[in-house]
Design a protein around this ligand. Sequence first.
Ligand code: HEC
Ligand code: HEC
Length: 317
Amino acid sequence: MRKLLTLAVLFSAIITIAYFSACNNNQSSSKTSDTTDSAKKIIERGEYLATRVAVCIDCHSKRDTSLFSMPVIAGTEGGGAGFAFGKAEAVPGEVTAPNITPYALKDWTDEEIIRTITGGVNRKGDTLFPIMPYPHYSKMTKEDVHAVVAYIRSLKPIEGTVPPRKFFIPASMFGPLPTANLADNKMPDPSDKVKYGEYMINVAACADCHTPIGPQGPDFSKVFAGGFVFDNPLMKVAVANITPDTATGIGAWTEEMFVNKFKSNASDEVVNRKVGRENSFMPWYMYGKMKDEDLKAIYAYLRTVKPISNKVEKYPK
Ligand code: HEC
Ligand code: HEC
């Protein structure tokens, strides 16, 4: 029980501790599109976010767990995950990412979907466990959130539901968050690489995996220092240290090396390999298709975080 309470504390910490500045005072770089601006553009932005950055479709689809970084099985996009997150992912119970295609969400209003993805409470009033990264999504701009909603509404409806979730402690311990005023979230100008990178790395929720989890929960004083070990029937892999520490992090990596790592890890050649337990939980196949400028901005932001010495063995015995 003590362990579970620790987990509870850990995840309320995820919600309550804001380790990214919630918003900044930069001017908004773009107006909401005018009516003539095609809905297509909005859906494209939503698709980009949902399949390259926020990676909604990674969690909410069936995946080929035999291949590197577990790519989505074509035709299952948004139809619900094929496996549950559980103990191995520090979840106090079991939860499967549900169907988010129009089959499941057709009766939901946009407001209900937005409240769910940015506040962590669904249409039925259930509080979501924050492995669904709503604390991050609450910091997205209104335009980006609306684009994601437009995109998931455009998905092919897939019939089916996932098994009900089971928690050992009430999910209401983790949320929901107060309703975010998304209009307050401003998109930093991409020319301000570090600020813009901070926005993108938040939407991508990189910190959710790359923050070490100690006995007291996520250690936000060591954000991005890695070390958590995913140990489940699929793989045993430790999360990398991506702070700028030269000896144990990515301090010696150039921008080019960083971008190339993402590109090559998303290439067909690398992804389409049966890798056994030397796999990765990181959805490289999606993140690696981010725009170069977005990856470069993420790199620029990561250069500014505190270097932390933490040697991580990628495939511990
Ligand atoms: C790391 C995995 C992960 C990512 C990424 C993720 N989700 Fe989820 N999502 C989940 C899980 C797991 C749940 C169920 C949580 C619970 O019930 O406690 C969930 C729940 C939801 C729900 C509620 C569905 C229902 O029937 O209650 C919606 C809607 C949703 N996610 C949309 C999104 C969108 C849109 C994105 C991207 C912006 C996204 N999710 C990204 C894992 C994820
Ligand atoms: C679902 C968990 C998860 C998420 C989310 C995640 N990572 Fe990772 N990451 C890992 C794991 C596990 C590894 C170690 C195995 C590997 O190299 O794939 C890793 C490795 C890395 C590496 C390689 C470091 C090295 O020394 O080789 C980089 C760079 C990296 N992640 C950056 C990021 C960035 C940037 C994001 C967000 C865009 C991110 N990660 C999101 C789990 C995650």
